[in-house]
Design a protein around this ligand. Sequence first.
Ligand SMILES: Nc1ncnc2c1ncn2[C@@H]1O[C@H](COP(=O)(O)OP(=O)(O)OP(=O)(O)O)[C@@H](O)[C@H]1O
Length: 354
Amino acid sequence: MIEIAGLRKTYRAKGRRDRAVVAVDGVDLRVAEGDVFGVLGQSGAGKSTLLRCVNMLERPDAGTVTVGGVELTALKRQPLRLARHGIGMIHQHFALLSSRTVAGNVAFALEVTGVPRNERRARVAELLELVGLGGRADAYPSQLSGGQKQRVGIARALAARPKVLLSDEATSALDPETTESILRLLLDLNQRLNLTILLITHEMTVVKRICQSAAVMRDGRFVESGAITDLLHRPGSELARGLFPLDAPTALDGHTVVDVTVSGAEADAPLLAEVARRFDLDVRILAGSVEQLAATRAGRFRLALPAGDDAPLNFLRERGAQVSPPVAEPVAQPVDRPEPTGPATDIDIRGAAS
Ligand SMILES: Nc1ncnc2c1ncn2[C@@H]1O[C@H](COP(=O)(O)OP(=O)(O)OP(=O)(O)O)[C@@H](O)[C@H]1O
């Protein structure tokens, strides 16, 4: 539904061609119809610029953007305006018109696309029902909570029945409970309307709750990208680390410490108990959790197994688990020397985790 190839966007300070910021630096992206794709990255990574290039609010310097089979980068002004009607957008700070009521804000999107007045009224009512704001048509934005304002934003974005919704940090200004309700609404709309959603966020929760696919963006580039189920099993995946942080020791005497990632049916299977029974060994879980993601159940654990036997790890791999290389080499217990008094390790475990 959305295809981006070789996208580049550079900002140049006026009159200073030497002072350039490469905001998007060669991004390729494919979002399938009905998918929810999240682009995750810190401030300045280039996420907003990328999103604004998808509906051509920013014109890229190079590369192509194709939405629903139409190459937007090849369109002139007027056909581009029409094509944009097929792409809705929601914003972090809602961007509502304060002088218009809820109904007026949603109707505005229909006015600009030329929908006749009598049709507008019915469509607005339908849209407000869709986002759970049926009773608030006559309220003004200042009388609404943040979550309600975002619901108006969503209704307005869907007014022209777009097949694609772009979400620019739509939940960043909301508290966790409201975030949850807006994410539930987006997921519901994705499923009911087969809406393709491309969202940018710096919140791991958003990816965890609603994305089937994701990319991690840094310095204008994607450092990893794909289906979440694939990324979870990719050795060294930043996304896997972010979704399942393992705050735990990286070494245990006489043990090999590894990080194990499982998804799908194996996430709920008694896999670790099976390893312990089958190989007659003690498996220590140093940290870990199993969670429901949008696309799958998944779990990630840091395990300590008795050193020197690869068979249990190979068994886990055969059962579809991704097993990291040893997180830290086993440390022999000093026999003759006194116990160290300082911290056992100063390794940054977040950096050491794989
Ligand atoms: N209109 C602009 N003119 C000049 N530089 C810009 C402009 N817009 C963005 N940039 C620069 O491009 C880079 C990427 O910015 P962008 O807003 O796309 O990142 P982001 O990941 O969305 O960050 P944030 O979440 O803070 O908005 C940054 O260095 C930013 O300063």
